[in-house]
Design a binder for this molecule. Structure first.
Ligand code: BYC
Length: 329
């Protein structure tokens, strides 16, 4: 079994580059997919298990801030949509855990590492959702950021991950639209509703900008991941793309992005923007964000509460196996 524990930052050491398998290099060079049957360097496998595992964890932890609002959605229509979105996130987690399993990872091991705080999940889900407008801001900004980050992943070098991402991105696109529609409704509503939308934008903007990961010069995994075509664009390039996209969308909503340094740069053809609070980002990914404890505790409780379902599934599978064996005898 491969574990995501092994250090990833040693990737391009002499020993590992010597190990690199010729057929693997050839597939990468030809822009072909690496499949589970193919030889691959151990560090490629570990990096993928780390990234896919964290991605899967983000999907299932990401259910919590929104699930919080299912019982309080303002109409039956909104409730049905939100419930469906949260269910989609569970499905995304399942596709991704399955993709990690094709690399030899063990799902139970990955989940235990999440529950024990030994594996990361996206920083973004460690912030609270105190108002209904947060459902709009998450859909618009968080799912919007997810699309910018994940569309290129549909072309990443590992076949099962890339194929899982195609379906995930289609669903993310619906999620983004439902969030934007909530923001549009609130922005065109009463002054109080518009204020609620602005407040949600104020709270979610910077965490969304930081979701793309640390700046390129502080991103230890990027060099190897880009060489291996797991990442096709750098953290900063994707962040810029997101900012460029969001500015026009905020204009349509009539809302103000909370960044005094945001301005169009004629020379670069992009928006300049301010520096996120990277101390806050590192605090959050090290377990000290506003909701880290709550998220992991809730996750652990859900896992424990689900033990009877896993036991029942194993008992049923064993019963079926015994029946089949008896019939064959
Ligand atoms: N949060 O070297 P770097 C969703 C960690 S789900 C936490 O740049 P890498 C949704 C990073 O893991 C969205 N940790 O890393 C779901 C590394 O630590 P380790 C999730 C972060 O991997 C439900 C260290 O910082 N999306 O959209 O090359 C409802 C150094 O970073 C974060 C994905 O997982 C972060 N934001 O690049 C709604 C996409 N950023 O592991 C929506 C797939 C960095 O060395 N993942 N770290 O201890 C990726 O694209 C890449 O893994 C990242 C980071 C761009 C996130």
């Amino acid at each position: 079994m491969y574990s995501p524990d092994a250090p990833n930052n040693q990737k391009l050491t002499k020993a590992s580059s010597e190990d690199v398998i010729e057929s693997f290099e050839q597939l990468l060079e030809n822009d072909q997919r690496i499949e589970p049957r193919d030889d691959m360097p151990d560090n490629y496998r570990r990096t993928l298990i780390r990234q896919i595992g964290q991605h899967a964890h983000s999907e299932i932890i990401g259910m919590q801030p929104e699930a919080n609002w299912i019982t309080r959605a303002p109409s039956l229509r909104r409730k049905a949509i939100l419930m469906s979105k949260v269910q989609d996130e569970a499905g995304h987690g399942l596709y991704l855990y399955s993709a990690a399993e094709t690399l030899g990872a063990d799902r139970t091991d990955l989940l235990e590492k999440l529950n024990d705080g030994k594996m990361k999940y996206s920083s973004i889900f460690n912030y609270p959702t105190p108002t209904w407008a947060d459902m709009g801001a998450i859909g618009w900004l968080v799912d919007g950021a997810a699309i910018v980050n994940q569309v290129p992943l549909c072309r990443n070098s590992y076949g099962p991950y890339a194929r899982a991402m195609v379906r995930i991105c289609k669903e993310e696109s619906f999620h983004q639209r439902q969030g934007y529609e909530i923001m549009l409704t609130l922005s065109n509503g009463t002054p109080e509703q518009k204020e609620m939308a602005q407040d949600a934008l104020n709270r979610w903007w910077w965490p969304s900008v930081m979701m793309f990961g640390p700046p390129d010069d502080q991103s230890p995994n990027s060099a190897a991941s880009m060489k291996w075509k797991i990442k096709l664009f750098s953290n900063d390039d994707l962040r810029q793309k997101f900012v460029d996209m969001a500015v026009g969308q905020a204009d349509i909503l009539g809302l103000t992005i909370p960044d005094p340094d945001l301005k169009w740069n004629e020379e670069t053809g992009h928006y300049d923007f301010g520096e996120p609070d990277w101390d806050e980002f590192f605090d959050v990914i090290n377990g000290n964000g506003p909701c880290n404890k709550l998220r992991v505790d809730s996750r652990r409780k859900a896992h424990e509460d689900g033990q009877w379902v896993r036991d029942a599934a194993v008992a049923f599978a064993n019963k079926q196996k015994t029946l089949a064996e008896n019939q064959a005898a």
